[in-house]
Each structure stands twice: as structure tokens, then as C-alpha cells.
Design a protein around this ligand. Structure first.
Ligand code: SF4
Length: 195
């Protein structure tokens, strides 16, 4: 299993991730309060796609699913803050979905047929922004982007901060602590359950 996980983390980096790590699923924290934030105070994407609440299984469903997996791959993309707060952010989130879906596909091809990918960001904003509706919700039809779009971690209450800690990406120092000219950075993450 660890050889395969190593290959999947390497794949993530080849596709554009800043780093990727294999973790145990016991390191994944699922919290009802985090999922509730989608509804209250509310996310602008709430209810707009089949990949977001209230149309996903939420924390309870994810906990049940998690019990059937032992390993996961978590990956991140480090992005200058100014990009994440500009229109270019959609390209970053698109890459995030692409990497997640590619890891999932490769894991399935390697024999882990139940592997499932999750990301940050709403697929409605990223892939179906120019369509009035999510086709799955509006027409009970097929997703327009089945090979790319993956569910948002937020709707399941996945604690991304704890994921980053489990991956060893949390540091008390920011680049600005050591270099006042350093560019302020943000991190976006994806998660793939492998099994
Ligand atoms: S059709 Fe669009 S909005 Fe709906 S799940 Fe697929 S990518 Fe997301």
C-alpha cells in the first residue's frame, strides 16, 4: 500500500501540487460545526450544486464512509494571496479539482476501486459558472464534468487545518517573520480517500 501511496503523492506533485502526503484516515477530523457554516452564516454556493450541502451526505455520511478507509492522500497548492483573492482563483481551484480527480482515477486503476476525492471550492463556481443551474439538480441529469468536478470538503465538515497539521504543513513562522519582502501566501488543499 505505501508504495502505491508514494506513487500517488508523486503524481500529485507532477500535476502541479506544491506537496502531497499520505496520511492515516484516523488523522481526518470531521466536525458538525464546520459543515453547519455552509448554511449559517451561509456560503454563496450553498444549494447550488449536487456536490454541496444540502445535497451531500454531510458529516454523518462522511464518518460512516471514513470507517471503511485506512489511508488517504492529502495535497496542497500554495498560492500568493493576491491571486486567491482575484479572478485567477478559479484557475487555482480548477487545478485543485484536476489533481484530485487524477489521483482518484490512478488509485482506482491501481486496484483501489472505492477511492474518492474531495477538494476545496464549489464546482458550480469553477465549472458551471456560465450555466444557470447544476444539471444534476435542475434536470436530474449527468454532471457536465464527471472527470473533473469533485465534492467540496466543507459540506462534510472536514477540518482542513487539522489535515494540514497531519501532513506536517503547519508552521508557526510565516515567510514575513524572516523576510519582510516575502509574498503573502495562502494554501488550498485536496483529499483523496484511498481504498
Ligand atoms: S453539473 Fe456542474 S455544478 Fe453540477 S455537479 Fe457537475 S460540475 Fe458541479
Amino acid at each position: 500500500m505505501w508504495d502505491m501511496l508514494e506513487k500517488l503523492t508523486q503524481l500529485a506533485c507532477q500535476l502541479g501540487a506544491s506537496d502531497a502526503r499520505a496520511i492515516y484516515t484516523t488523522d481526518i477530523s470531521v466536525e458538525d460545526d464546520l459543515a453547519n457554516l455552509c448554511r449559517e452564516p451561509g456560503c454563496e454556493n450553498y444549494g447550488l450544486s449536487a456536490s454541496c450541502p444540502p445535497y451531500v451526505a454531510g458529516p454523518d455520511g462522511f464518518r460512516k464512509l471514513l470507517n471503511t478507509f485506512k489511508h488517504a492522500v492529502v495535497f496542497k497548492i500554495d498560492v500568493p494571496s493576491e491571486i486567491l483573492f482575484s479572478d485567477e482563483r478559479r484557475d487555482v481551484f480548477r487545478l485543485l479539482h484536476e489533481i484530485a480527480a487524477s489521483i482518484e482515477k490512478s488509485a482506482i486503476e491501481m486496484g483501489c476501486h472505492d477511492s474518492k476525492a474531495y477538494v476545496g471550492g464549489s464546482c458550480k463556481q469553477i465549472f458551471c459558472r456560465d450555466h444557470p443551474d447544476c444539471r444534476v439538480l435542475a434536470e436530474n441529469g449527468e454532471c457536465r464534468n464527471p472527470f473533473l468536478a469533485r465534492p467540496s470538503m466543507s459540506g462534510f465538515g472536514i477540518n482542513v487545518l487539522k489535515l494540514k497539521k497531519a501532513a506536517g504543513w503547519m508552521s508557526n513562522k510565516t515567510p514575513r517573520d524572516t523576510d519582510p519582502d516575502a509574498v503573502s501566501m495562502e494554501t488550498v488543499c485536496g483529499l483523496v480517500l484511498i481504498g
